[in-house]
Design a protein around this ligand. Structure first.
Ligand code: FAD
Length: 382
Protein backbone atom coordinates (compact mmCIF):
# COMPACT_ATOMS: atom_id res chain seq x y z
CA UNK A 1 0.00 0.00 0.00
CA UNK A 2 1.32 3.45 -0.95
CA UNK A 3 2.31 5.68 1.97
CA UNK A 4 0.94 8.74 0.18
CA UNK A 5 -2.81 9.33 0.21
CA UNK A 6 -3.63 9.41 -3.48
CA UNK A 7 -6.91 7.53 -3.77
CA UNK A 8 -10.04 7.76 -1.61
CA UNK A 9 -12.94 5.33 -1.95
CA UNK A 10 -16.32 6.37 -0.60
CA UNK A 11 -18.80 3.54 -0.04
CA UNK A 12 -22.41 4.75 -0.28
CA UNK A 13 -24.25 7.11 -2.59
CA UNK A 14 -26.73 8.74 -0.25
CA UNK A 15 -26.50 12.40 0.67
CA UNK A 16 -23.53 11.70 2.96
CA UNK A 17 -21.55 9.95 0.24
CA UNK A 18 -22.10 12.55 -2.46
CA UNK A 19 -21.57 15.59 -0.23
CA UNK A 20 -18.32 14.08 1.04
CA UNK A 21 -17.22 13.23 -2.50
CA UNK A 22 -18.05 16.73 -3.75
CA UNK A 23 -16.31 18.59 -0.94
CA UNK A 24 -13.11 16.52 -1.17
CA UNK A 25 -13.02 16.45 -4.98
CA UNK A 26 -13.51 20.23 -5.20
CA UNK A 27 -10.80 20.94 -2.61
CA UNK A 28 -8.28 18.42 -3.91
CA UNK A 29 -8.72 18.99 -7.65
CA UNK A 30 -9.81 15.46 -8.47
CA UNK A 31 -10.56 16.46 -12.07
CA UNK A 32 -6.83 17.02 -12.69
CA UNK A 33 -4.09 14.36 -13.04
CA UNK A 34 -2.28 15.85 -10.00
CA UNK A 35 -5.39 15.80 -7.83
CA UNK A 36 -6.47 13.18 -5.32
CA UNK A 37 -8.51 10.44 -6.99
CA UNK A 38 -12.00 10.02 -5.52
CA UNK A 39 -14.14 6.96 -6.31
CA UNK A 40 -17.69 6.51 -5.01
CA UNK A 41 -19.24 3.06 -5.07
CA UNK A 42 -22.91 2.56 -4.30
CA UNK A 43 -25.03 -0.53 -4.38
CA UNK A 44 -27.81 -0.86 -6.97
CA UNK A 45 -29.55 -3.19 -4.49
CA UNK A 46 -29.58 -1.02 -1.34
CA UNK A 47 -31.71 2.11 -1.64
CA UNK A 48 -30.73 5.33 0.10
CA UNK A 49 -32.75 6.22 3.21
CA UNK A 50 -34.50 8.87 1.09
CA UNK A 51 -35.48 11.25 3.90
CA UNK A 52 -33.57 14.30 5.10
CA UNK A 53 -35.36 17.16 3.42
CA UNK A 54 -34.54 19.96 5.86
CA UNK A 55 -31.09 21.59 5.86
CA UNK A 56 -29.08 24.29 7.62
CA UNK A 57 -27.85 27.59 6.07
CA UNK A 58 -24.39 25.98 5.92
CA UNK A 59 -25.65 24.10 2.86
CA UNK A 60 -25.37 27.31 0.81
CA UNK A 61 -21.63 27.49 1.43
CA UNK A 62 -21.19 23.75 0.84
CA UNK A 63 -22.93 23.84 -2.54
CA UNK A 64 -21.20 27.04 -3.62
CA UNK A 65 -17.83 25.51 -2.76
CA UNK A 66 -18.63 22.56 -5.04
CA UNK A 67 -19.46 25.00 -7.84
CA UNK A 68 -23.16 24.18 -8.00
CA UNK A 69 -25.44 26.93 -9.21
CA UNK A 70 -28.34 27.71 -6.88
CA UNK A 71 -30.71 27.75 -9.87
CA UNK A 72 -29.69 24.16 -10.63
CA UNK A 73 -30.49 23.21 -7.06
CA UNK A 74 -33.96 24.75 -7.25
CA UNK A 75 -34.71 23.31 -10.69
CA UNK A 76 -33.41 19.79 -10.18
CA UNK A 77 -34.12 19.10 -6.51
CA UNK A 78 -37.67 20.44 -6.11
CA UNK A 79 -36.13 22.81 -3.57
CA UNK A 80 -37.74 25.61 -1.58
CA UNK A 81 -36.50 28.14 0.97
CA UNK A 82 -36.30 27.23 4.62
CA UNK A 83 -36.28 30.18 7.03
CA UNK A 84 -36.34 28.16 10.23
CA UNK A 85 -38.75 25.95 12.13
CA UNK A 86 -42.15 26.70 13.56
CA UNK A 87 -42.78 24.69 16.71
CA UNK A 88 -46.53 24.30 17.02
CA UNK A 89 -48.36 22.83 20.03
CA UNK A 90 -45.17 22.07 21.98
CA UNK A 91 -46.14 24.09 25.10
CA UNK A 92 -49.89 24.08 25.79
CA UNK A 93 -51.16 22.22 22.73
CA UNK A 94 -53.73 24.90 21.89
CA UNK A 95 -54.10 26.19 18.29
CA UNK A 96 -52.47 29.54 19.28
CA UNK A 97 -49.46 27.80 20.77
CA UNK A 98 -46.41 28.24 18.54
CA UNK A 99 -42.99 29.79 18.44
CA UNK A 100 -40.30 30.09 15.79
CA UNK A 101 -36.68 29.08 15.66
CA UNK A 102 -35.63 31.53 12.93
CA UNK A 103 -32.32 31.47 11.08
CA UNK A 104 -31.78 35.22 11.56
CA UNK A 105 -30.02 36.01 14.82
CA UNK A 106 -31.71 38.30 17.39
CA UNK A 107 -31.35 42.03 16.59
CA UNK A 108 -28.10 43.40 17.99
CA UNK A 109 -26.78 39.92 18.77
CA UNK A 110 -23.35 40.26 20.39
CA UNK A 111 -23.94 43.93 21.24
CA UNK A 112 -27.11 44.00 23.26
CA UNK A 113 -29.11 41.36 25.11
CA UNK A 114 -32.79 41.93 24.29
CA UNK A 115 -34.07 39.24 26.65
CA UNK A 116 -34.86 41.65 29.56
CA UNK A 117 -36.99 43.81 27.21
CA UNK A 118 -38.80 40.72 25.99
CA UNK A 119 -39.64 39.66 29.59
CA UNK A 120 -42.00 42.63 29.81
CA UNK A 121 -44.15 41.08 27.06
CA UNK A 122 -44.32 37.62 28.54
CA UNK A 123 -46.30 35.45 28.00
CA UNK A 124 -47.94 37.10 24.99
CA UNK A 125 -45.01 37.41 22.57
CA UNK A 126 -42.65 34.50 21.80
CA UNK A 127 -38.96 35.41 22.16
CA UNK A 128 -38.19 35.05 18.44
CA UNK A 129 -41.07 37.32 17.42
CA UNK A 130 -39.85 40.02 19.80
CA UNK A 131 -36.21 40.01 18.70
CA UNK A 132 -36.25 38.88 15.04
CA UNK A 133 -38.31 39.75 11.98
CA UNK A 134 -38.04 36.32 10.36
CA UNK A 135 -41.03 34.63 12.01
CA UNK A 136 -43.18 37.48 10.70
CA UNK A 137 -41.85 36.85 7.16
CA UNK A 138 -42.78 33.19 7.49
CA UNK A 139 -46.30 33.94 8.78
CA UNK A 140 -46.84 36.21 5.77
CA UNK A 141 -45.45 33.59 3.31
CA UNK A 142 -42.68 35.94 2.21
CA UNK A 143 -39.35 34.77 0.78
CA UNK A 144 -35.97 35.45 2.42
CA UNK A 145 -34.69 37.28 -0.69
CA UNK A 146 -35.82 39.00 -3.87
CA UNK A 147 -35.54 37.54 -7.37
CA UNK A 148 -32.73 40.05 -8.01
CA UNK A 149 -30.67 39.02 -4.96
CA UNK A 150 -27.56 37.14 -6.19
CA UNK A 151 -27.30 33.38 -5.87
CA UNK A 152 -26.61 32.23 -2.32
CA UNK A 153 -26.80 35.81 -0.97
CA UNK A 154 -29.60 36.59 1.47
CA UNK A 155 -31.74 39.36 2.86
CA UNK A 156 -32.91 37.06 5.65
CA UNK A 157 -30.69 34.07 6.40
CA UNK A 158 -32.02 30.85 4.87
CA UNK A 159 -31.45 27.17 4.19
CA UNK A 160 -33.35 24.78 1.89
CA UNK A 161 -36.03 22.16 1.87
CA UNK A 162 -35.37 19.65 -0.88
CA UNK A 163 -36.23 16.24 -2.28
CA UNK A 164 -33.56 13.92 -0.83
CA UNK A 165 -33.58 11.49 -3.77
CA UNK A 166 -33.32 14.25 -6.37
CA UNK A 167 -30.61 15.95 -4.30
CA UNK A 168 -28.40 12.84 -4.36
CA UNK A 169 -29.01 12.55 -8.12
CA UNK A 170 -28.04 16.18 -8.75
CA UNK A 171 -24.89 15.84 -6.61
CA UNK A 172 -23.97 12.67 -8.48
CA UNK A 173 -24.27 14.39 -11.89
CA UNK A 174 -22.25 17.37 -10.71
CA UNK A 175 -19.53 15.32 -9.00
CA UNK A 176 -19.05 12.98 -11.95
CA UNK A 177 -19.26 15.53 -14.79
CA UNK A 178 -17.58 18.56 -13.19
CA UNK A 179 -15.43 17.40 -10.29
CA UNK A 180 -13.82 14.23 -11.63
CA UNK A 181 -15.37 11.75 -9.19
CA UNK A 182 -15.40 8.14 -10.48
CA UNK A 183 -18.74 6.45 -9.95
CA UNK A 184 -19.19 2.69 -9.64
CA UNK A 185 -22.65 1.19 -9.34
CA UNK A 186 -21.93 -2.13 -7.67
CA UNK A 187 -22.46 -3.99 -4.44
CA UNK A 188 -19.55 -4.27 -2.01
CA UNK A 189 -19.43 -7.93 -1.01
CA UNK A 190 -16.39 -8.15 1.25
CA UNK A 191 -13.26 -6.62 2.71
CA UNK A 192 -9.61 -7.60 2.23
CA UNK A 193 -7.39 -6.66 5.16
CA UNK A 194 -3.78 -5.53 5.00
CA UNK A 195 -1.17 -6.87 7.44
CA UNK A 196 -1.40 -3.75 9.61
CA UNK A 197 -5.19 -4.14 10.01
CA UNK A 198 -6.05 -1.46 7.47
CA UNK A 199 -8.53 -2.15 4.73
CA UNK A 200 -6.46 -2.95 1.64
CA UNK A 201 -9.36 -3.39 -0.78
CA UNK A 202 -13.06 -4.07 -1.12
CA UNK A 203 -14.44 -6.96 -3.12
CA UNK A 204 -17.42 -6.21 -5.32
CA UNK A 205 -20.08 -8.24 -7.09
CA UNK A 206 -19.06 -7.29 -10.65
CA UNK A 207 -16.14 -4.84 -10.59
CA UNK A 208 -13.36 -6.90 -9.03
CA UNK A 209 -11.29 -5.55 -6.16
CA UNK A 210 -11.23 -1.87 -5.29
CA UNK A 211 -8.15 -0.70 -3.39
CA UNK A 212 -7.55 2.75 -1.87
CA UNK A 213 -5.48 4.61 0.72
CA UNK A 214 -8.47 5.92 2.65
CA UNK A 215 -12.02 4.50 2.78
CA UNK A 216 -15.00 6.62 3.79
CA UNK A 217 -17.93 4.64 5.15
CA UNK A 218 -21.18 6.25 3.99
CA UNK A 219 -23.21 3.02 4.03
CA UNK A 220 -26.01 4.46 6.16
CA UNK A 221 -27.35 2.64 9.23
CA UNK A 222 -25.51 -0.51 8.04
CA UNK A 223 -22.09 1.04 8.86
CA UNK A 224 -20.44 -1.69 6.83
CA UNK A 225 -16.80 -0.72 7.33
CA UNK A 226 -16.62 0.97 10.73
CA UNK A 227 -19.42 -0.93 12.46
CA UNK A 228 -19.60 -4.38 10.84
CA UNK A 229 -15.97 -4.86 9.80
CA UNK A 230 -14.13 -3.14 12.64
CA UNK A 231 -16.80 -3.69 15.28
CA UNK A 232 -16.52 -0.14 16.65
CA UNK A 233 -19.07 0.05 19.47
CA UNK A 234 -22.38 1.75 18.90
CA UNK A 235 -23.28 3.98 21.86
CA UNK A 236 -27.03 3.70 22.15
CA UNK A 237 -28.76 6.90 23.33
CA UNK A 238 -32.31 5.56 23.47
CA UNK A 239 -32.42 6.13 27.23
CA UNK A 240 -32.31 9.89 26.62
CA UNK A 241 -33.54 10.15 23.02
CA UNK A 242 -36.80 8.19 23.15
CA UNK A 243 -37.88 8.56 19.52
CA UNK A 244 -36.89 5.41 17.63
CA UNK A 245 -39.46 5.21 14.84
CA UNK A 246 -40.69 7.37 12.01
CA UNK A 247 -43.54 7.20 9.52
CA UNK A 248 -43.00 9.23 6.34
CA UNK A 249 -45.18 10.13 3.38
CA UNK A 250 -45.50 12.55 0.46
CA UNK A 251 -48.58 14.75 0.46
CA UNK A 252 -49.94 16.49 -2.67
CA UNK A 253 -51.15 20.08 -2.54
CA UNK A 254 -54.90 20.41 -3.07
CA UNK A 255 -54.49 23.42 -5.39
CA UNK A 256 -51.58 24.47 -7.61
CA UNK A 257 -51.45 27.91 -5.94
CA UNK A 258 -51.50 26.68 -2.33
CA UNK A 259 -48.78 28.56 -0.40
CA UNK A 260 -45.46 26.79 0.16
CA UNK A 261 -44.36 27.24 3.76
CA UNK A 262 -40.81 28.62 3.91
CA UNK A 263 -40.23 27.00 7.30
CA UNK A 264 -40.42 23.46 8.65
CA UNK A 265 -43.57 22.97 10.70
CA UNK A 266 -42.84 20.80 13.68
CA UNK A 267 -46.01 19.94 15.60
CA UNK A 268 -45.99 18.28 19.02
CA UNK A 269 -47.94 15.01 19.15
CA UNK A 270 -48.84 12.76 22.08
CA UNK A 271 -45.71 10.58 21.87
CA UNK A 272 -43.48 12.44 19.44
CA UNK A 273 -43.84 15.12 16.82
CA UNK A 274 -44.67 15.57 13.13
CA UNK A 275 -42.52 17.32 10.53
CA UNK A 276 -44.12 19.09 7.59
CA UNK A 277 -41.82 20.27 4.81
CA UNK A 278 -43.22 22.22 1.86
CA UNK A 279 -41.58 21.59 -1.53
CA UNK A 280 -42.83 23.19 -4.75
CA UNK A 281 -44.61 20.02 -5.97
CA UNK A 282 -45.58 18.28 -2.71
CA UNK A 283 -45.12 18.27 1.04
CA UNK A 284 -42.94 15.74 2.87
CA UNK A 285 -44.65 14.88 6.14
CA UNK A 286 -43.66 12.43 8.83
CA UNK A 287 -44.24 11.42 12.42
CA UNK A 288 -41.31 10.68 14.71
CA UNK A 289 -42.28 8.81 17.88
CA UNK A 290 -41.23 6.53 20.69
CA UNK A 291 -42.22 2.88 20.21
CA UNK A 292 -42.07 2.43 23.98
CA UNK A 293 -44.95 4.87 24.40
CA UNK A 294 -47.24 4.20 21.43
CA UNK A 295 -47.88 1.66 18.68
CA UNK A 296 -47.23 2.04 14.95
CA UNK A 297 -50.98 1.90 14.33
CA UNK A 298 -51.71 4.72 16.80
CA UNK A 299 -48.86 6.79 15.41
CA UNK A 300 -50.27 6.32 11.91
CA UNK A 301 -53.72 7.46 13.03
CA UNK A 302 -52.19 10.63 14.52
CA UNK A 303 -50.22 11.24 11.32
CA UNK A 304 -53.26 10.81 9.07
CA UNK A 305 -55.30 13.06 11.42
CA UNK A 306 -52.65 15.75 11.07
CA UNK A 307 -52.65 15.48 7.27
CA UNK A 308 -56.47 15.38 7.14
CA UNK A 309 -56.53 18.93 8.56
CA UNK A 310 -55.13 20.22 5.24
CA UNK A 311 -56.25 17.75 2.54
CA UNK A 312 -59.35 16.14 4.04
CA UNK A 313 -60.10 12.46 3.42
CA UNK A 314 -57.39 12.20 0.76
CA UNK A 315 -55.17 11.63 3.80
CA UNK A 316 -56.50 8.07 3.98
CA UNK A 317 -55.22 7.25 0.46
CA UNK A 318 -51.56 8.07 1.12
CA UNK A 319 -49.02 5.26 1.36
CA UNK A 320 -46.85 5.53 4.44
CA UNK A 321 -43.32 4.19 4.95
CA UNK A 322 -41.92 3.14 8.32
CA UNK A 323 -38.29 3.91 9.15
CA UNK A 324 -36.61 2.55 12.24
CA UNK A 325 -34.20 4.91 13.99
CA UNK A 326 -31.45 3.83 16.34
CA UNK A 327 -30.50 6.99 18.20
CA UNK A 328 -26.82 7.01 19.07
CA UNK A 329 -23.37 7.09 17.55
CA UNK A 330 -20.22 5.04 17.06
CA UNK A 331 -17.67 5.27 19.87
CA UNK A 332 -15.22 6.78 17.40
CA UNK A 333 -15.55 7.81 13.79
CA UNK A 334 -12.05 7.17 12.42
CA UNK A 335 -10.32 3.82 12.80
CA UNK A 336 -7.24 2.66 10.87
CA UNK A 337 -7.80 3.91 7.29
CA UNK A 338 -11.59 4.20 7.59
CA UNK A 339 -13.66 7.22 8.57
CA UNK A 340 -17.46 7.19 8.79
CA UNK A 341 -19.72 10.04 7.70
CA UNK A 342 -23.51 10.27 7.91
CA UNK A 343 -25.83 7.63 9.35
CA UNK A 344 -22.96 5.12 9.49
CA UNK A 345 -21.35 7.38 12.13
CA UNK A 346 -24.57 7.98 14.06
CA UNK A 347 -27.94 9.67 14.19
CA UNK A 348 -29.78 11.51 16.93
CA UNK A 349 -33.18 12.36 15.50
CA UNK A 350 -34.48 14.65 12.78
CA UNK A 351 -35.58 17.53 15.04
CA UNK A 352 -33.60 20.63 13.92
CA UNK A 353 -32.17 18.84 10.84
CA UNK A 354 -28.80 18.35 12.49
CA UNK A 355 -27.74 15.30 10.45
CA UNK A 356 -26.91 16.93 7.11
CA UNK A 357 -24.98 19.75 8.80
CA UNK A 358 -22.87 17.11 10.55
CA UNK A 359 -22.25 15.49 7.17
CA UNK A 360 -21.15 18.87 5.76
CA UNK A 361 -18.91 19.58 8.75
CA UNK A 362 -17.39 16.09 8.65
CA UNK A 363 -16.68 16.30 4.92
CA UNK A 364 -15.11 19.72 5.37
CA UNK A 365 -12.99 18.56 8.29
CA UNK A 366 -11.76 15.44 6.47
CA UNK A 367 -10.95 17.53 3.41
CA UNK A 368 -9.13 20.28 5.33
CA UNK A 369 -7.19 17.86 7.54
CA UNK A 370 -6.62 15.22 4.88
CA UNK A 371 -3.42 13.47 5.92
CA UNK A 372 -0.77 13.52 3.20
CA UNK A 373 0.59 10.11 4.19
CA UNK A 374 -0.63 6.96 5.95
CA UNK A 375 1.44 7.55 9.15
CA UNK A 376 -0.15 11.00 9.51
CA UNK A 377 -3.58 9.40 9.37
CA UNK A 378 -3.09 7.97 12.86
CA UNK A 379 -2.52 11.53 14.15
CA UNK A 380 -5.43 13.14 12.29
CA UNK A 381 -7.84 10.30 12.97
CA UNK A 382 -7.25 9.94 16.71
C1 FAD B 1 -36.97 9.88 9.58
C2 FAD B 1 -35.74 10.66 9.26
C3 FAD B 1 -35.84 12.01 8.92
C4 FAD B 1 -34.69 12.76 8.64
N1 FAD B 1 -34.80 14.09 8.38
C5 FAD B 1 -33.67 14.82 8.24
C6 FAD B 1 -33.72 16.22 8.00
O1 FAD B 1 -34.79 16.81 7.84
N2 FAD B 1 -32.55 16.89 7.89
C7 FAD B 1 -31.34 16.27 8.02
O2 FAD B 1 -30.31 16.95 7.98
N3 FAD B 1 -31.27 14.94 8.17
C8 FAD B 1 -32.39 14.21 8.29
N4 FAD B 1 -32.29 12.87 8.44
C9 FAD B 1 -30.98 12.23 8.30
C10 FAD B 1 -30.65 12.13 6.80
O3 FAD B 1 -31.66 11.43 6.14
C11 FAD B 1 -29.31 11.41 6.59
O4 FAD B 1 -28.34 12.00 7.40
C12 FAD B 1 -28.87 11.56 5.14
O5 FAD B 1 -29.86 11.11 4.27
C13 FAD B 1 -27.59 10.79 4.89
O6 FAD B 1 -27.82 9.40 4.78
P1 FAD B 1 -26.59 8.49 4.39
O7 FAD B 1 -26.05 8.95 3.08
O8 FAD B 1 -25.68 8.43 5.56
O9 FAD B 1 -27.22 7.03 4.24
P2 FAD B 1 -28.17 6.38 3.11
O10 FAD B 1 -29.02 7.38 2.44
O11 FAD B 1 -28.87 5.24 3.79
O12 FAD B 1 -27.15 5.81 2.01
C14 FAD B 1 -26.47 4.59 2.21
C15 FAD B 1 -25.74 4.23 0.92
O13 FAD B 1 -24.90 3.11 1.19
C16 FAD B 1 -25.00 2.22 0.11
N5 FAD B 1 -24.65 0.87 0.52
C17 FAD B 1 -25.11 0.16 1.59
N6 FAD B 1 -24.56 -1.07 1.59
C18 FAD B 1 -23.73 -1.14 0.52
C19 FAD B 1 -22.90 -2.13 -0.03
N7 FAD B 1 -22.79 -3.37 0.52
N8 FAD B 1 -22.21 -1.87 -1.18
C20 FAD B 1 -22.28 -0.64 -1.75
N9 FAD B 1 -23.05 0.35 -1.26
C21 FAD B 1 -23.78 0.09 -0.15
C22 FAD B 1 -26.44 2.34 -0.37
O14 FAD B 1 -26.59 1.85 -1.71
C23 FAD B 1 -26.65 3.84 -0.25
O15 FAD B 1 -26.21 4.46 -1.44
C24 FAD B 1 -33.43 12.11 8.68
C25 FAD B 1 -33.32 10.74 8.97
C26 FAD B 1 -34.47 10.02 9.26
C27 FAD B 1 -34.32 8.54 9.56
Amino acid sequence: MSQEIKHIVIVGGGTAGWITAGVIAADHLSHTPEGIKVTLIESPDVPIVGVGEGTWPTMRGTLRKMGISESTLFRECDASFKQGAKFAKWVTGTPEDYYYHPLVLPEGYGEINLAPYWYQHLPNVPFADAVSFQGHLCEKHLAPKQITTPEYAHVANYAYHLDAGKFSGMLQRHCTTKLGVNHILDHVTGIISADNGDIAALTTANSGELSADLFIDCTGFKSMLLGEHYGIDFLDKKHILFNDSALATHVPYLNADDPIASHTISTGQKNGWTWDIGLPTRRGIGHVYSSAHTTDAEAEIELRDYIRESIGDKADELSIRKIEIRPGHREKFWHKNVVAVGLSAGFLEPLEASALVLVELSAQMISEQLPATRPLMDVVGC
